[in-house]
Design a protein around this ligand. Structure first.
Ligand code: 4NP
Length: 153
């Protein structure tokens, strides 16, 4: 079973959306998708209501997700670790124990814009538009990821 982990800072805005969107595209296949945050501020909380709303508007229910912190053991459990921005990238890479761990960590927008190292902007302090923008970016990235994981998609 292929295992994919989506990572942001709080695990309440961006990575829960990425988890829900990718799950909606690969649910027919044996692919496990989870998400986590590099920070512990929101551990145990459900996703931000604005992420829940934009997902719901697109037919995806992320309301039952619970925030958790990224842990070193995630390098063992997951095959692909997609981070939302360059700050998440630095934080996760700093925890990597070896080259194998490091090779699993990728900026999610590099799937759409290879080698450009673009950030999925943190929408936490912005308005509703920021969440729609994040949703659209992640939807595009998850399309590419789903096709990579299963060429029949
Ligand atoms: P996320 O957004 O990393 O996309 O979940 C954030 C949510 C909360 C905070 C920062 C980012 N915070 O600092 O509380």
């Amino acid at each position: 079973m292929v295992k994919v982990l989506m990572v942001c800072l709080g695990n309440i805005c961006r990575s829960p959306l990425a988890e829900g969107i990718l799950k909606s595209k690969v649910f027919r296949f044996k692919i496990d998708v989870d998400s986590a945050g590099t920070g512990a501020y929101h551990v145990g909380e459900q996703p931000d209501r604005r992420s829940i709303a934009v997902a719901k508007a697109n037919g995806i229910d992320i309301s039952t997700q619970k925030a958790r912190k990224f842990k070193v053991k995630d390098f063992d459990k997951f095959d692909y670790i997609y981070v939302m921005d360059n700050s998440n990238y630095r934080d996760v890479m700093a925890l990597a124990r070896n080259d194998k761990d490091k090779s699993k960590v990728k900026l999610i927008l590099n799937e759409v814009f290879p080698n450009e190292n673009l950030d999925v902007p943190d929408p936490y302090y912005g308005g509703e538009f920021g969440f729609k923008n994040v949703y659209n970016m992640l939807d595009e990235a998850c399309d590419v990821i789903a096709k990579k994981l299963n060429p029949d998609v």
